[in-house]
Design a protein around this ligand. Structure first.
Ligand code: ADQ
Length: 459
């Protein structure tokens, strides 16, 4: 078996449950092959001390975790500036939020080159390399420039936007050319794949051999959709744990006469949080029977707080939840519980299970694993209902959810009312087929399909 090398911006110890399902799944693949996980340490070095970015290695079981530090300046320009100030907003169709003037492409390239230089010293000729996400698009090209000939695959966790939106990035051609240094490009959905195919045919005059094989810029690459899943059994086991059980029991007692709706997200403008709160407000307006009963628990974990769009969003949400509570709240009922913190992963299944409805309503999302976790956490005998944005990647698979346009408050309020009143038999039937789907397309199937495709030499 060939050694697997995973590269991502951050590295997680796969043995820690807090690392989440993706880390656990990649950890399995890494353990099987005695693999290596490479990325940024999360630490910043002081450039004035003249410290060279050092490579650190530690063992986690039979997996090696290798990391490098970044200078504050490189971190700000590569991570905050170009990755999260340009690529993230554009890939989520938010050209209005993209900071093309300050997003520093040179630092982005420099950090990718630094990754390549350190990583190259650790590589063996027959390694299989799997690079993750938008921070590292040019990494394969940098590795190739250093003479690496290994099979290299890339998986994009975000959506890939349509060609017209992509073309707004001043360096779009360079980014797409960089992708052709890979052997395999994995995208989340058929829609993303369609965007890729349209771009490379029209902008790069790519020739398409079979369905998924494209030749352009003098190289041939395979691009395919590999929708990511969760580790369903791991999540069910987490639900049987003490923390989840206690959370569930507390919620059930505390909200015995209420109906809980839940939202769990990173605090990000792609997740449609203000629109979700307004739709809940509309529900209370249009369907007054929910007053005094419906409670929306919105857990929003702060992220990337030094990017200004994120702090604006936090203020908007605090204002909106205060306004809804002020308008409708009673001494014994507050309609919105807005929690601006991350929730411990071990407690999540308890929160999901205590909720009658999940509102997963991003305006644009690569996949959205919360939708899948909510389904896995339900009691099949009395399951809650998933309301899912048609603009989440998950909507391509999870068609038995109530699919909504998250921009349309009326439609989301109507779907929420329907979910709260859905007969048991319909809830059970929808849940059973959703559960079957997330089990079939779980995270293990995802990584096996990706790695098998990457290792087969047919491109
Ligand atoms: P994210 O944008 O982070 O990931 P998502 O898939 O919804 O989005 O969540 C990833 C994980 O974070 C889930 O396990 C979830 O439970 C956890 N999480 C989210 N909010 C939390 C909170 N408030 N407290 C605790 N845990 C929380 C990116 C892409 C997604 C894609 C994933 C995986 O943006 O579209 O689904 O990668 O490819």
């Amino acid at each position: 078996m060939k050694r697997l090398v995973v590269v991502s911006n951050r590295v997680a110890d796969p043995r820690k449950a807090a690392a989440g399902g993706l880390a656990v799944a990649l950890g399995d693949a890494l353990s099987d092959s005695g693999g290596l996980w490479f990325g940024w340490s999360g630490q910043m070095i002081e450039p004035e001390r003249g410290t060279e970015s050092r490579l650190q290695q530690q063992r986690a079981g039979n997996v090696t975790l290798a990391t490098i530090d970044l200078t504050q300046a490189d971190h700000d320009a590569y991570y905050l500036g170009y990755s999260n100030g340009v690529l993230w907003p554009v890939f989520h169709n938010r050209l209005d939020l993209a900071d093309f003037d300050h997003g520093d492409i040179n630092s982005y390239r420099r950090v990718n080159r630094l990754f390549a230089q350190h990583l190259a010293t650790l590589l063996r000729p027959d390694d299989v390399i799997w690079i993750h996400d938008y921070h590292l698009i040019p990494l394969a090209a940098e590795l190739r420039a250093l003479g690496c000939e290994q099979r290299i695959g890339f998986f994009l966790h975000t959506p890939l936007p349509s060609a017209v939106v992509m073309a707004a990035i001043p360096q779009h051609e360079w980014l797409m050319r960089s992708l052709f240094a890979y052997d395999l490009i994995g995208l989340q959905t058929q829609t993303d794949l369609g965007h890729f195919a349209h771009y490379v045919r029209n902008e790069a005059r790519a020739e398409q051999r079979e369905n998924d094989v494209f030749t352009a810029f003098g190289r041939t690459v395979r691009a395919q959709a590999f929708p990511i899943g969760i580790d369903v059994d791991e999540f069910i086991r987490l639900g049987e744990g003490r923390e989840a059980q206690t959370t569930y029991a507390n919620m059930r007692d505390q909200f015995a006469s209420k109906r809980l709706l839940v939202g769990v997200d990173r605090l990000d403008y792609s997740k449609g949080l203000p629109q979700r709160l307004r739709a809940f407000q509309r529900l209370l307006h249009d369907y007054p029977e929910n007053r005094g009963r419906a409670v929306l628990i919105q857990v929003a974990a702060p992220s990337r707080e030094s990017v200004s769009a994120y702090s604006d969003l936090r203020h908007e949400l605090e204002g909106l939840s205060g306004a809804i509570n002020g308008e409708f709240g009673e001494l014994d009922w507050m309609p919105v519980r807005y929690i601006n913190r991350s929730m411990a992963r071990k407690r999540l299944p308890g929160l999901y299970r205590a909720s009658s409805v999940a509102l997963v309503t991003p305006l644009c999302d690569g996949m959205n694993l919360v939708a899948k976790e909510f389904v896995a956490a339900q009691d099949p005998a009395n399951p809650g209902v998933l309301i899912l944005s048609r603009f989440a990647g998950a909507a391509e698979q999870m068609t038995e959810a109530l699919l909504v346009n998250p921009h349309d408050q009326l439609v989301v309020a109507e779907a929420t009312q329907r979910a709260l009143n859905m007969p048991l038999a319909e809830r059970q039937a929808r849940h059973a087929s959703l559960l079957e789907g997330i089990r079939r397309d779980d995270v293990h199937a995802w990584r096996k399909q990706f790695l098998q495709t990457l290792e087969s030499k047919d491109v």
